[in-house]
Ligand binder design. Structure first.
Ligand SMILES: Nc1nc2c(ncn2[C@@H]2O[C@H](COP(=O)(O)OP(=O)(O)OP(=O)(O)O)[C@@H](O)[C@H]2O)c(=O)[nH]1
Ligand SMILES: [Zn+2]
Length: 198
């Protein structure tokens, strides 16, 4: 599934959301008619559609479109996949990295499809825990691998710009299925993720 470009935004949604952003800008005491802000409601409406485009995308279709029979049955790790999501409590960004691994079971998947699946689930209103499990369960159910592991490290703007205002805290979430539930396999994955050699 390709990323949306401006021509693909739904005009009705854009107009509805635009009206609401205009009201918000007005309510915070700004002048919606000043030059810099005239197009802002429309831009913000499009940005919000971009950041939530994951609702319109099917991760199973993405994976199934690039599964290849292959007998490789060792660990495949894609690490440092950058992600940007929106926390569902404040609708502020949280961002960081996902590390994903799976052990094939007769099929491998096109490598780029893993970051695409991360994006599909990240581009929704999320909590980091559910995002982690959404990716994990989708890969587990679709690839039916011998094992799958997902680790996400992220910083939450709602904890940085406002609220508790902690600039350096990082939240780590993880999920393991199949062979990654065994401590040796999990440790091998975590070692490779933290190494610069993998
Ligand atoms: N578990 C979890 N919590 C999150 C995530 N993103 C934001 N939160 C938290 O959601 C909570 C919402 O708590 P509330 O007390 O309802 O909201 P609040 O008054 O704005 O809380 P503060 O952020 O502490 O000011 C906060 O503790 C946020 O840190 C996430 O991905 N996972
Ligand atoms: Zn938040």
């Amino acid at each position: 599934m390709s990323y949306r470009n401006l021509e693909e935004y739904n005009i009705e949604v854009t107009n509805e959301v635009k009206e609401r952003y205009s009201k918000i800008i007005d309510e915070i005491g700004e002048d919606t008619s000043r030059e810099g802000l005239v197009k802002t409601p429309e831009r913000a409406a499009k940005a919000m559609q971009f950041l939530t485009q994951g609702y319109d995308q099917d991760p199973v279709e993405i994976l199934k479109g690039a599964m290849f029979a292959e007998s490789y049955d060792d660990m495949v790790i894609i690490k440092d996949i950058e992600l940007y999501s929106l926390c569902e409590h404040h609708m502020l960004p949280f961002f960081g990295k996902a590390h994903v691994a799976y052990i094939p079971n007769g099929h491998i998947v096109g490598l780029s499809k893993i970051p695409r699946v991360v994006d599909v689930f990240a581009r929704r209103l999320q909590v980091q825990e559910r995002l982690t499990h959404d990716i994990l369960e989708c890969l587990n159910d679709t690839l039916k691998p011998k094992g799958v592991a997902v680790v996400i490290e992220a910083s939450h703007m709602c904890m940085m710009m406002r609220g508790v205002q902690k600039q350096n805290s990082v939240t780590t979430t993880s999920g393991f299925r199949g062979q990654f539930e065994k401590i040796e396999t999990r440790n091998e994955f975590l070692k490779l993720v933290s190494s610069n050699l993998s």
